[in-house]
Design a protein around this ligand. Structure first.
Ligand code: MTE
Ligand code: MOS
Length: 785
């Protein structure tokens, strides 16, 4: 029984529920272990004038306090550009930047030492917002450009032109497990790091660099994460580096873990964006020209900002053919913790711009936005090349739009909503159907590679290790399915080893939704090589030359834990017995596999190429209900169809789809990052930062997969699903905008992301909506009607 295509439960489903699963902070302290923490810089921007740690150092229970002077290797780090200081030297660039790291015997000593650190600073003017950065020309690097066609000429002849600005908020990752690392010093300068990281190889390299030792001296292990969502792609490295510095100095194991509040305050988030756009279109709403300036708030250092910006620019088309396009992107430098990867990696921000433009076009032309979407949709035979030059194959977008339109009864419901809005004085309803076309592959070609290690033991049980890290998304489960099916054994015979850099070297982060595509393919490669060798062994055992059955490994099949010759399937050997025979005959039972994504390429200079192996597509229709007095909004119904090819594990893919959608919905609705005037995050805890909870899940949530057997390029015809559904959360925001549009005022045009209740109310206030609200209240309260 093959396991691929089945609803195999998540690898850790049971042990997560029983509490048996070990997250890093569940690991009992090692003998002599120290607890680490930081002395945070108290301003968003300033000079360090004086640092007196003598009192803190003298405190009983304090084992060591290190500053920039104590870093044996590089203090400067970064995944692409090394432009962030781990420990403040002269100048600090964000509030909370570590000035010193404390290693203490216990939490109390750590807390007291932090308070005793005497630090004098001189303020420098900070920059926090995109507007401020633009005004002060605070940018990283040069502008990035992508274009196609003759945009100026197209504008000159456009029938209609609109201009607008869209402000797009950031997002806190809100993984349940804070950033954490445990560093264990070994012999001769070696170091083992347990890290909650999406990118063990990068942690390995960064720790080695900060310690000033060769990479082979550091092993990074990640058993699992309690969520990553992009936040642990690069930023797991800081705690690891700090723990390692203390461990190297004290020769004791060190644990560094952020409290939830500190994690929220001191680590980077989804990039806020600001888009300034101009769009030209004809009377049917078909876009003829678009010009967009995208600004992202990068925070204090480069981190992944350019890759995130690039993905926004590559996704600005979303599902729509844009004949004449000009996009310029800039990364703003501000005094905030460096913003970083977050599920969708800039894609959602770029896509929200074009979806908003479409909504604005529909408003001008007074036609249904879904008609505008379908009119602009990428075509199958024509209008099927993206602005960066990639041709769409197997394009299911037109079918998706039309199928969902019919399936969710869009037109009838829309009429009913219009009727409701024209009558109701207490509530507004709105509905929107939007799409996602998400490119799968890292846009940096090099990263599209993976290796795997598969070991078969003498009882026929198997362990597989790849560079993929498990963060809840189910990559370990899928890889186990691949190994089980390739070797024709039961999935219960396979275990996934904790990810570690000594088993799998030079690995890419588990990101870009490509974890299974890359690592699953590498594991399959290793299994096929082992199977080939075992087939030779089995063929010799199964051969009956007297009966004309020669020993031919090509005819050997592996299924259900058995090995047989397809020409004589009634005789078989147990997989474990073949393995034992192979061992006797000195045949290797371990193998490495390797995979590179074929064909992907993108030229950063020209902004042209085919960066993606394929696209994952989907559509969602969301309906919302808004209270006209409070602005409170609820999502009443969602219908969603994803094209994930032939799902490897429909149950897990469904979990990813719903989880992603809800996370996207949170980003565009309740989740708002609020800062104080010093740049301190005010919404720094679950009480002040509102992620969707169980009662925010739409009461009607219809999710299904499109049966797309034509998707042929990826592993067993599956498609990556980790990030794309998040983009569909935008349909909730569009539904809010649709509801506001029914007021017949400019309220809808003022809506930004996120559409919090407060902002929805603010959009309604001061215009016709507000007058009606007051009239109604007056009548209700004064006349009792
Ligand atoms: N799902 C869970 N439960 N937890 C996570 O942290 N991260 C998302 C997505 N789904 C995440 C998740 C992100 S940002 C990515 S890129 C993918 O999972 C990474 O895993 P994959 O490549 O195996 O899909
Ligand atoms: Mo995901 S944002 O690519 O880690």
């Amino acid at each position: 029984m093959p396991s691929i295509g089945k609803d195999i439960a998540h690898d850790s489903a049971v042990t997560h529920v029983t509490g048996e699963s070990v997250f890093l902070d569940d690991m009992p302290p090692l003998a002599g272990e120290l607890l680490a923490g930081i002395v945070p810089f108290p301003l968003a921007h300033g000079k360090l004038k004086r640092l007196d740690l003598s009192a803190a150092r003298a405190l009983p229970g304090v084992a060591a306090i290190l500053t920039a002077d104590d870093v044996p290797g590089h203090n400067l780090f970064g995944p692409a550009v090394k432009d962030e200081l781990l420990l403040v030297e002269d100048e600090a660039v964000f509030l909370g930047q570590p000035v010193a790291i404390i290693g203490a015997e216990n939490a109390d000593a750590l807390y007291q030492a932090r308070k005793l650190a005497a630090i004098e600073v001189e303020p420098l003017p900070p920059v926090f917002t995109i507007d401020q950065a633009i005004a002060e020309a605070q940018f990283f690097g040069n502008p990035r450009n992508m274009s196609r066609g003759d945009t100026d000429a197209a504008f000159a002849t456009a029938e209609n032109v609109i201009d607008g600005i869209l402000e797009i908020g950031g997002q806190e990752h809100f993984y349940l497990e804070s950033q954490i690392a445990i560093a264990i010093p070994g012999e001769q300068g070696q170091m083992t790091i347990h890290s909650s990281t999406q990118h063990p190889s990068e942690v390995q390299m960064m720790v080695a660099e900060v310690l000033g030792v060769p990479f082979n001296h550091v092993v990074c292990i990640c058993k699992r994460m309690g969520g990553g969502f992009g936040g642990k792609e690069t930023q797991a490295a800081q705690p690891a580096m700090m723990a390692a510095l203390l461990a190297a100095r004290t020769r004791r194991p060190v644990r560094f873990v952020y409290s939830k509040d500190d994690d929220m305050r001191f680590t980077g988030k989804r990039h806020p964006f600001k888009a300034v756009y101009r769009a030209g279109f004809n009377k049917d709403g078909i876009i003829t020209a678009i010009d967009v300036k995208l600004y992202s708030n990068g925070g204090c250092s480069t981190d992944l900002s350019f890759a995130v910006l690039e993905r926004s620019m590559l996704h600005l088309d979303n599902a729509y053919y844009l004949p004449n396009v000009r996009i310029e992107g800039r990364v703003c430098r501000t005094n905030l913790p460096s913003n970083t990867a977050f599920r969708g990696f800039g894609g959602p921000q770029g896509i929200s711009v074009i979806e908003n433009v479409i909504e604005e076009i529909a408003a001008v032309l007074k036609i249904d936005p879904l008609n505008v979407r379908q009119a602009n949709s990428y075509g199958i035979e024509s209008r099927n090349v993206t602005h960066y030059g990639q041709r769409l194959t197997n394009n299911v977008l037109p079918a998706l739009f039309q199928t969902l339109r019919e399936e969710c009864n869009y037109d009838a419901r829309k009429r009913e909503i219009d009727r409701f809005n024209s009558k109701s004085e207490t509530h507004l309803r709105g509905m929107a159907l939007s799409a996602v076309k998400f490119g799968i592959s890292f846009t940096r070609r090099t990263m599209n590679q993976a290796n795997a290690l598969v070991n078969v033991y003498q009882d026929g049980s198997v362990i597989v290790s790849t560079g993929a890290t498990e963060m809840g998304q189910g990559v370990f489960t899928r890889i186990k399915q691949v190994v089980a099916d390739e070797l024709g054994i039961l999935i219960t015979s396979v275990i996934t080893a904790p990810t570690s850099t000594d088993k799998n070297n030079n690995t890419s982060p588990t990101a870009a939704s490509a974890g299974t595509d890359l690592n699953g393919a590498a594991a399959a490669d290793a299994c096929r090589k082992i199977r080939q060798r075992l087939a030779t062994v089995a063929a010799a055992i199964l051969a009956r030359p007297a009966e004309g059955l020669t020993a031919e490994s090509d005819h050997i099949r592996f299924a259900d834990g058995l090995v047989f010759d397809e020409r004589s399937p009634e005789r078989f050997i147990a997989f474990g017995d073949v393995v034992c025979q192979a061992y006797e005959q000195r045949v290797s039972l371990g193998e490495r596999g390797f995979y590179i994504t074929p064909g992907v390429d993108f030229n950063r200079e020209t902004g042209k190429g085919s960066p993606f192996l394929y696209y994952t597509n989907g559509v969602a229709c969301s309906e919302v209900l808004i209270d006209r007095f409070t602005g409170e909004m609820s999502v009443t119904r969602v219908d969603l169809i994803m094209d994930v090819g032939k799902p490897l594990n429909p149950g897990i893919d469904r979990g990813q789809t719903i989880g992603g959608f809800v996370q996207g919905m949170g980003w565009v609705t309740g989740e708002e990052l609020v800062y104080g005037e010093k740049g301190q995050l005010l919404s720094n805890s679950p009480t002040t930062y509102k992620i969707p909870n169980i009662s925010d899940i739409p009461p009607v949530l219809n999710v299904r997969f499109l049966e797309n057997l034509d998707s042929k390029v990826s592993l067993y015809r599956s498609k990556a699903v980790g990030e794309p559904p998040l983009v569909l959360g935008i349909s909730v925001w569009l539904a809010v905008k649709d509801a506001l549009r029914s007021l017949g005022t400019d309220a809808a045009g003022r809506l930004s992301i996120p559409a919090t209740g407060e902002r929805i109310l603010a959009c309604m206030v001061g215009d016709y909506g507000e007058r009606r609200r007051v009239e109604f209240l007056a009548r209700y309260l004064l006349d009792g009607k």
